[in-house]
Design a protein around this ligand. Structure first.
Ligand code: HEC
Length: 93
């Protein structure tokens, strides 16, 4: 029993580590302050939190995006909608 509990604890810890959206992975394309637009994307820092949340979940669902959306699908598909919603609250207006 103790072994099972320990495995569950370890699993939960791993999941929590992977859960937080890694903003560092976005900075190369979007800039650390989200203003970079070199790749044909919008200035994310000027978007509302709600629009960012909709965009991130939309890329994942295949319902949002323009010519370069494939680049974003790979960025967001590993996260849950809840994680994307929570992350969107930390950026934008
Ligand atoms: C390889 C470069 C790249 C990386 C890394 C990247 N993005 Fe993007 N992002 C883009 C491009 C290009 C677009 C516009 C895609 C399109 O055509 O719809 C975009 C679009 C977006 C949009 C919507 C803005 C718009 O133009 O409609 C948001 C929000 C966004 N990215 C957030 C993120 C977040 C959050 C991460 C990190 C988890 C991230 N991006 C990582 C290149 C990148």
């Amino acid at each position: 029993m103790k072994k099972i509990v320990m495995s569950i604890v370890a699993l939960t810890a791993t999941t929590a580590l992977m859960a937080a959206v890694n903003a560092g992975a976005c900075a190369g394309c979007h800039g650390a302050d989200w203003t970079k637009v070199d790749m044909g994307n919008k200035n994310v820092s000027a978007m509302s939190k709600a629009d960012i949340a909709a965009a991130l979940k939309g890329y994942k669902a295949g319902t949002y995006g323009a010519a370069k959306k494939a680049l974003m699908v790979g960025q967001v598909s590993k996260y849950s909608n809840e994680e994307l919603d929570a992350f969107a609250q930390t950026i934008g207006k």
